[in-house]
Design a protein around this ligand. Structure first.
Ligand code: HEC
Length: 150
């Protein structure tokens, strides 16, 4: 009787040990993704971001870029969207009436290039698109995420 109880206790202790080990393993792995960066590294990340914002700002205001033709009307984005403050990036993705489809911010940027601007759509993963996206988000920082809004 005594030995059955001991065996049961041993089994329980082993099980608890296994669960604890698994927990420690999972927590450690999760923590590995949260490496804190020193000030210098963080500054390098910010610089890389701001470089994109500045490039996007220039494109948004009509600066030329090799291989890109975002407008055939002479209109730059900023002429219809001053300071990019009314382009609502925090509402994407959402159903976009003009396109009659569910759209990402990149889809909408290309819609504006193709329709009002009569230009040529840009590569959704290309340098110009990433820079435009960086500028548009930066200009609207502080906005509360509200995807799907109309
Ligand atoms: C001739 C005027 C005009 C120009 C130039 C123009 N757009 Fe637009 N843009 C519009 C109109 C019209 C809409 C649709 C109205 C709306 O949804 O608010 C729009 C909507 C948008 C939206 C979505 C706004 C929202 O509230 O969902 C984005 C993003 C956008 N434009 C980006 C751009 C970018 C980037 C450029 C330059 C490549 C550009 N636009 C150039 C007229 C213009």
């Amino acid at each position: 009787m005594q030995s059955i109880r001991n065996k049961g206790l041993m089994a329980l202790i082993s099980a608890l040990l296994c669960v604890s080990l698994a927990f420690v393993f999972v927590v450690n792995r999760a923590a590995a993704h949260k490496v804190s960066h020193d000030a210098e590294t963080l500054q390098a990340f910010t610089d890389a971001f701001m470089e994109q914002v500045i490039l996007g700002d220039n494109l948004f205001h009509g600066a030329p870029m090799d291989g890109i033709n975002m407008s055939n009307t002479g209109m730059a984005c900023a002429m219809c969207h001053p300071f990019s403050s009314d382009v609502h990036p925090h509402e994407y993705p959402k159903f976009q009436e003009q396109m009659s489809e569910f759209a990402t911010l990149r889809d909408m940027i290309n819609w504006c290039i193709e329709k009002p601007n009569e230009g040529e759509k840009i590569d959704p993963d290309g340098e110009a698109m990433k820079a435009l996206e960086a500028y548009i988000y930066w200009s609207n920082r502080g906005s509360v995420l509200d995807p799907g809004r109309h």
